[in-house]
Unconditional design. Structure first.
Length: 392
């Protein structure tokens, strides 16, 4: 607990692995900075702290988070189930080194509240924090739809866990969390930009954004986004959608894959296309679209739902284990469909654009307003200044 006159110290722990953890950490930091100025906020990239004990770097010369990102960029996701087990074993074998580095950091920085937005390392975060700062709390914000595979997120019982789905709540209960330590939120944490006006589903704003690109303001529009690194499958998707006979225009966001940008611009097409490289303006492009096409990542699905965009995602044996439930959740809640191959994307788009289907899916999304970033921030601000004995 902070001493009288001091600001409570809050550290948000993330990895730059895949993008989602860092995005959630920065979103929470932005809202906390605005709504809880009494807090002293620190964003802690755990990779930088653990560089001296990084077992992947020792073996390969490549940092752990960079190795993960290279696999994603090359789309080498087959066998990730085995990789997860190997990573768990490696963390367990190097636990003393990891916890030692963490204890030294906590001892020097003296946080009142540590917020983990990462899986795997939560036992080390908890044990080291208890040893170095007995009065400090640990909160875990699950940035996936569920704890899949089991123990990915819920391998330690922290002081609080934030769950964005009913399945994650059930799993937290089964993992031993008491009811008062579980906070169910209305969804996943989103960047504040997704709450900026105009409101999702605003037809006039959708038409205005299309005119800015420029595209036909009235034609059905699909947005394709396969992550910040891009994907070789962008070309496959564009070619499949070009086969559809009716009017359909595409917004193709290629991320950092400049080769995909050049290949797409070299293709002949009769449907209007807008091709863009890496951009921070994803909310604006989503406002221009009717349908989202992408990977089943928690961020992508959540962003599409927030913008009332029915989603088409891929689910097959190459889907990473922590993302498989996301596609199930999407279909269970009537927010889109999962397909086993991008070769079927044209049929999926045609089905979503059938009369009445698009409106029904948009209505499902509108019925699930997501205020998670504000809900989590409010509770974290309270946790940071409350006496430790109040909830234990």
């Amino acid at each position: 607990m902070p001493e009288s006159g001091q600001r409570a110290r809050v550290q948000l722990v993330y990895f730059e692995a895949g993008g989602g953890h860092a995005a959630a950490a920065r979103a929470l930091a932005a809202v906390l900075a605005e709504r809880a100025p009494h807090l002293e906020l620190t964003l802690l990239n755990l990779q930088e702290l653990l560089d001296p004990v990084d077992f992947v770097r020792r073996a390969t010369g490549i940092r752990l988070q960079d190795a993960y990102n290279r696999l994603l960029a090359r789309e080498w996701t087959w066998g990730f189930d085995v990789l997860v087990r190997v990573l768990r074993l490696a963390i367990a074998l190097h636990r003393r080194e990891i916890e030692g580095a963490l204890r030294a950091h906590w001892g020097a920085s003296r946080p009142d509240l540590v917020v983990s937005l990462i899986p795997h390392f939560n036992p080390a975060l908890l044990h080291s924090l208890r040893a170095a700062c007995p009065g400090a709390r640990l909160a875990v914000v699950i940035t996936d739809f569920a704890d899949t595979p089991p123990g990915f997120w819920l391998s330690a019982v922290a002081d609080r866990v934030f769950c964005g789905t009913a399945e994650a709540v059930r799993q937290a209960q089964a993992a031993g969390y008491p009811p008062q330590a579980i906070t169910a939120t209305s969804g996943m944490v989103l960047r504040p930009a997704f709450y900026a006006p105009p409101p999702p589903g605003d037809a006039a704003a959708r038409q205005a954004m299309r005119l800015r690109l420029p595209l036909d303001p009235d034609a059905p529009t699909a947005l394709v986004l396969l992550g910040g690194a891009g994907s070789r499958h962008l070309v496959t998707i564009a070619e499949r959608l070009e086969r559809l006979p009716g009017p359909l225009q595409l917004i193709l966001l290629c991320g950092r894959d400049q080769a995909a940008v050049e290949r797409l611009r070299a293709l002949r097409h009769r449907h209007p296309w807008w091709i863009e490289g890496f951009t921070e303006q994803v909310p604006d492009f989503m406002r221009a679209a009717d349908v989202f096409i992408g990977k089943p990542g928690p961020g992508a699905i959540t962003e599409a739902a927030a913008m009332q965009l029915p989603a088409i995602v891929l689910r097959n044996l190459a889907t990473m284990p922590q993302e498989r439930f996301n596609a199930v959740w999407l279909e269970q809640h009537g927010l889109g469909v999962a397909i086993p191959s991008w070769r079927r994307v044209d049929r999926a788009v045609a089905a979503l654009l059938a009369p009445g289907r698009l409106a029904a899916l948009r209505a499902h999304a509108a019925a699930r307003p997501n205020r998670a970033v504000f809900e989590v921030a409010e509770e974290l601000a309270t946790m940071a200044i409350r006496a430790p004995a109040d909830e234990r």
